[in-house]
Design a protein around this ligand. Structure first.
Ligand SMILES: *Cc1c(COP(=O)(O)O)cnc(C)c1O
Length: 427
């Protein structure tokens, strides 16, 4: 039987006409667990992580998985067991890391709007570093730490003002973005941080955007960060680590981002040339660790041929796969079992009552009602952004490891969705 692999997703492949996740037949999972169903390939997660680890071989480094890309507990557990730390952006994410067995000292806390309660909980848990995003936040964090009799380890997130050339909603390192402290205020902010009794300066941080497919913005941002390190240390404030954020893109369709190891070899050429090679380097990859490690399997409900367009109505929707509606994003859509016969172009849409509820446009499909389709590259920013819109329970999730498959999330029931609601006192 011939084996065909899929672009960017090496652990999903066809054997003959049937789609497999590692050594498990995807159609069997869909029949057993229902749809929509997210199917993860553990080998893909570990392979993506290994590419970074190769890039950092022989260095002092820490990889902190940016868990907002996908915060399902079993995925966090896989990364924790593989030695990752975590980049969190909320108190809720902190609780997830702790529940999954992650170590508090390997957590860094990013985000422009940390509350006092979140800071307090993170300090009590003993997290590794706060990435502070404004001068006002320095003062608040200092106050919370002093009140607790603690010293908060911090790095300052700098906005290096480089254009990552990606979708505007996921560009974060330009002057007009809400993130980080402006390049020209950085030294001032570090002086202030160094003077505050409740803070201990540990490092410097930046994160310029997401789905970056070109090495240019990374190289530019690195030069600017190293310039700042020189200036800050010149002012007598030593920096123990450089955190370079996340943002590396994945292949959705024709994208050709640099491989993580190749990118970091290039970055280290510059870093070594400038004499910073002995630092601790931290990174916060999200999408590139999980994006191509999952598919979302959905069943074709109806075909609706039309004068101008044909619609293929499936049982997954924008509440499961929000990226097309939010960013006009592209996900490849493949049959779970290929069938012969004529194909036609379809807009693949979900049942949600919004015209924004589409998953793919103008896709050549030979599918029939009852067939399963696989929405590819669904590991990042899908389940973690999923909602209950239209009172749709969130999908079930299965993680495949070789020839074994584990249910890592049950499908939500209507009772789950109503659990925290209350009726008014009745007559
Ligand atoms: C979202 C985010 C990341 C991860 O971005 P990816 O594009 O998923 O790699 C890293 N750091 C911070 C601060 C983020 O907000």
């Amino acid at each position: 039987m011939t084996t065909t692999s899929l672009p960017g997703a090496p652990h999903f492949h066809y054997q003959g006409d049937e789609l497999f996740a590692e050594r498990v037949r995807v159609g069997d999972l869909a029949r057993r667990h229902g749809t929509p169903l997210f199917v993860y390939a553990k080998a893909s997660m570990l392979a993506a992580l290994a590419a970074y680890q190769r890039g950092f071989a022989g260095r002092d480094f820490r990889i902190c998985y940016a868990m907002k890309a996908n915060s399902s507990l079993a995925l966090l557990q896989v990364f924790a067991q593989a030695g990752c730390g975590f980049d969190i952006v909320s108190g809720g994410e902190l609780e997830r890391v702790l529940a999954a067995g992650g170590k508090p000292q390997d957590i860094i806390f990013s985000g422009v709007g940390k509350t006092r309660a979140e800071m307090k909980r993170a300090l009590e848990a003993g997290i590794g570093c706060f990435n502070v995003e404004s001068e006002a936040e320095l003062e608040v964090l200092n106050g919370v730490a002093v009140e607790l009799g603690q010293v908060a380890p911090i790095s300052i997130r700098v906005n290096p003002d480089v254009d990552p050339k990606t979708h505007p909603y996921i560009s974060t390192g330009l002057k007009g973005n809400k993130f980080g402290i402006a390049h020209d205020r950085t030294l001032h902010a570090y002086r202030r941080a160094a003077a505050l009794p409740g803070l201990r300066v540990e490092g410097i941080d930046c994160h310029i955007g997401s789905q970056i497919t070109d090495e240019g913005p990374y190289l530019d941002a690195m030069e600017r960060i190293l310039d700042l390190v020189q200036a800050i240390e010149g002012a007598g404030i030593p920096l123990h680590h450089i955190d370079f954020g996340g943002g590396l893109g994945i292949t959705y369709k024709g994208d050709a981002p640099p491989a993580a190891d190749a990118l970091w070899r290039k970055l280290f050429e510059r870093i070594d040339a400038r004499g910073f090679g002995q630092r601790r380097f931290m990174i916060e990859p999200g999408r590139s660790l999980v994006g191509n490690a999952a598919i979302c399997v959905t069943e074709v409900l109806y075909l609706k041929p039309g004068e101008h367009k044909n619609f293929c109505v499936v049982d997954a929707a924008m509440n499961d796969l929000p990226r097309p509606a939010m960013y006009q994003a592209f996900h490849a859509i493949e049959p779970v079992a290929k069938r012969s016969g004529n194909s036609s172009p379809y807009d693949v849409v979900g049942p949600v009552c919004e015209s924004g509820d589409w998953i793919g446009r103008d896709r050549e499909l030979a599918a029939q009602p009852g067939d399963f389709l696989a929405v590819m590259s669904a590991g990042a920013y899908c389940m973690s952004m999923a909602s209950n819109y239209n009172t749709r329970g969130r999908a079930a999730e299965v993680l495949v490891d070789g020839d074994r498959a584990f249910v890592i999330r049950e499908r939500e029931t209507p009772a789950d969705l109503m659990r925290v609601e209350k009726l008014l006192p009745g007559a």
